[in-house]
Design a protein around this ligand. Structure first.
Ligand code: ATP
Length: 242
């Protein structure tokens, strides 16, 4: 029997104003402990899919299930709680609070949830991303890659069912990107973390178990354990056909 996906989109359509259909009847599931990259030409609906899957935006029609819960049936408050406790998000721009140390940034989601952060858990979270020595550093005192690793530790401190990453290496150089991608791969392999990542970079996508291609708001195909070369070739074909 196929295990229930942690995130499941069923016939999801998203219309914006001015007649834009950003997602067009998308059905796709993401299994526990898997690492999926979402690729596609600019405007193909990648970010919209991530936003709908993470409950940051509501689809025009269709269903989104996270951790077995249908997001459409949740009140705004329950959706906020689900997002806070079960969903982690990292962005291209890190979004750390500049005045807080790495430890305080990581503890923030727990504080916002009204929980007293356990210093040991925060330390473990930073150690897991290789930054145990940087607990008391502020973002400006860290490299871009280190800041993104703090952002990942922060996103994981509530032990979410799924980590969404929107272009997490978009602002990083090739070497630093590789460190962040290896970390994400490790989180999947060692802790069975579920990760869904939007990227434009075939090298980044090749770290995933599965690469899903979007074009014009539809799922165009997918590859399993592909090389970066194969992903790049598929992207060129996709862009040529759009
Ligand atoms: N808030 C919005 N209002 C109106 N149209 C929008 C809005 N957000 C996105 N769109 C449109 O929806 C479509 C899909 O956008 P989306 O940002 O999801 O694509 P994307 O694949 O993530 O693009 P990119 O790779 O350039 O970031 C595009 O045509 C975009 O212009």
């Amino acid at each position: 029997m196929t295990p229930t996906p942690v995130v499941d989109l069923i016939s999801v359509t998203k219309h914006y104003v001015h007649g834009v259909t950003a997602l067009d009847d998308v059905s796709i599931g993401f299994g526990a402990g898997t690492f999926t990259a979402v690729m596609g030409p600019s405007g193909s609906g990648k970010s919209t899919m991530l936003q709908c899957a993470a409950g940051l935006d509501r689809p025009s029609s269709g269903q989104v299930l996270v951790d077995g819960r249908d997001l459409a049936t949740l009140s705004d408050r329950k959706l906020t709680l689900l997002r806070r406790d079960r969903i982690g998000f990292v962005f291209q721009s890190f979004n750390l609070l500049p005045s807080l140390t790495a430890a305080h940034n990581v503890a923030l989601p727990l504080r916002l949830a009204g929980r007293r952060p356990d210093p040991q858990a925060v330390r473990r979270g930073l150690a897991a991303v290789g930054l145990a020595e940087r607990m008391n550093h502020r973002p400006a005192e860290m490299s871009g890659g280190q800041q993104q690793r703090v952002a990942i530790a922060r996103a994981l401190v509530t032990r979410p069912a799924v980590l969404f990453a929107d272009e997490p290496t978009g602002a990083l150089d090739a070497n630093t990107s590789r460190d962040v991608l290896r970390l994400m791969r490790d989180l999947v392999d060692r802790q069975a973390q579920t990760i869904i990542m939007v990227t434009h970079d075939p090298v980044a996508a090749a770290y995933a178990d599965r690469v899903v291609f979007l074009a014009d708001g539809r799922v165009y195909g997918e590859l399993h354990d592909p090389s970066a070369e194969l992903v790049a070739t598929r992207m060129l074909q996709l862009e040529a056909s759009c």
